[in-house]
Write a protein that binds this ligand. Structure first.
Ligand SMILES: Cc1cc2nc3c(=O)[nH]c(=O)nc-3n(C[C@H](O)[C@H](O)[C@H](O)COP(=O)(O)OP(=O)(O)OC[C@H]3O[C@@H](n4cnc5c(N)ncnc54)[C@H](O)[C@@H]3O)c2cc1C
Length: 355
């Protein structure tokens, strides 16, 4: 299996001083997070986006950083939990370096429990969180009266977790791009530039298809203007994410469409989501929709991220396959990729390796 830079798995002394510039391709959350982490560690970085920052899936509206329910520890869940735990420090560091605010907030999440079976399952997951995950989510069942944001739970009960967070995806991307430049790196938009040294391909759905590693799955989301209290938790109900952004807006997402004609158009499937969101949250019932968006999530064949050295391509690395949770994975993906590219240390779980 290919592992370290140049596929030679020796630990290198570090890349300060005369190292060749690292080219990161793709101005989505994976490329920018990796580029920022490399720059933060002192490496010379050039991020090359062929279109514009946020042209792909990352330029959308939702921005939920929402963990899987507690359960068996898989490689994917472990990377996601690590990413979520690192998120506050990661985004604070990027905000400070970049002089911008990604609107990150660890506001938690509430999920209404529709019936007794769901209540039992939620309570059992609380035990799993305690026993297997060390209470990392602080997952628990609570009785809460309806309010204007969350509406009613059919049982009066909700499951709450404290690890869920949210950010504004477009601001987050701009924050990272600005941080890369502030740290001495370069961000190139709208053209291609040849690599001078190692390359990291973080080119989203198009890149996955080109590499034969996966494809794109369409999703649509809508933005409401709504006076949701700034510290309100996000809601996950009936398969919908309702995410308040602390700035007088809230988002509903998302559709999941394997078959589509136009990856970037919105249609009646989004209208349906909007109606469902209006039915769930009283605050959204009359709220105007001020933006509609669609894009292609990069989904690998295994549905897990594809990370690491590309077999048979010395000095070429890939960071892709964020699928539905790219923003929550990003801080940990950035750490794993920087360890590999800069130090030759491959901590990527075998299940997520590119080769
Ligand atoms: C509707 C919807 C809602 C979502 N909601 C959430 C959510 O709430 N939370 C969450 O964590 N995730 C969410 N996701 C998933 C998340 O958006 C993706 O996991 C993430 O954006 C993938 O990031 P990426 O950087 O890999 O790809 P992208 O964001 O697609 O970025 C790839 C970039 O590479 C560029 N590019 C392509 N080819 C080249 C090339 N040859 N050279 C240079 N640049 C190139 C593209 O122009 C693009 O800008 C959602 C996705 C959708 C569609």
């Amino acid at each position: 299996m290919a592992r370290a830079a140049g596929n030679d798995n020796r630990r290198r002394p570090g890349y300060c001083g005369a190292m060749a510039r690292i080219t990161v391709r793709g101005g989505g959350i994976f490329g920018l997070a990796v580029g920022y982490e490399l720059a933060r560690r002192g490496a010379p970085v050039r991020l090359v986006e062929r279109d514009r920052i946020g042209a792909g899936a990352s330029g959308g509206l939702v921005g939920a950083l929402a963990p899987h329910a507690p359960g068996r520890v898989t490689a994917l869940k472990a990377v996601q939990i690590a990413g979520l735990r690192a998120a506050a420090a990661f985004w604070a560091g990027a905000a400070q370096a970049g002089g911008m605010d990604p609107h990150f907030a660890r506001a938690g999440r509430l999920q209404p429990l529709p019936d007794e079976a769901a209540v039992e399952q939620a309570r059992a997951r609380g035990e799993v969180d305690r026993d297997l995950w060390g209470c990392v989510l602080n997952w628990r069942v609570e009785a809460l009266a309806a309010d204007a944001w969350r509406g009613e739970s059919p049982t009066g009960l909700w499951v709450r977790d404290d690890l869920s967070a949210r950010l504004n995806p477009r601001r987050a991307l701009r924050t990272l791009a600005s941080a890369i430049v502030a740290l001495g790196g370069e961000v190139v938009e709208g053209r291609d530039v040849a690599a001078e040294g190692p390359e990291v391909w973080a080119t989203g759905a198009a890149g996955l298809s080109d590499l034969g590693l996966g494809s794109g799955v369409k999703g649509q989301a809508a933005l409401f203007k709504a006076a949701v209290p700034p510290d309100a938790p996000q809601l996950y109900a009936d398969g919908l994410h309702l995410v308040p952004h602390g700035d007088g807006t809230a988002v509903v997402g998302s559709t999941t469409e394997a078959a589509f004609d136009d990856p970037s158009s919105t249609d009646a499937a989004l209208d349906l989501l909007i109606e469902r969101a209006r039915g769930l949250s009283p605050l959204l019932a009359e709220a105007p929709v001020i933006d509609r968006w669609a894009g292609l999530r990069p989904r690998s064949r295994t549905r897990a991220p594809v990370l690491g050295a590309l077999p048979g391509r010395p000095g070429v690395f890939v960071a892709n396959g964020g699928f539905k949770i790219g923003f929550s994975l990003a801080p940990e993906v950035a750490r794993l990729m920087a360890d590999l590219v800069l130090e030759g240390v491959d901590g990527i779980p075998a299940e997520l390796r590119a080769g």
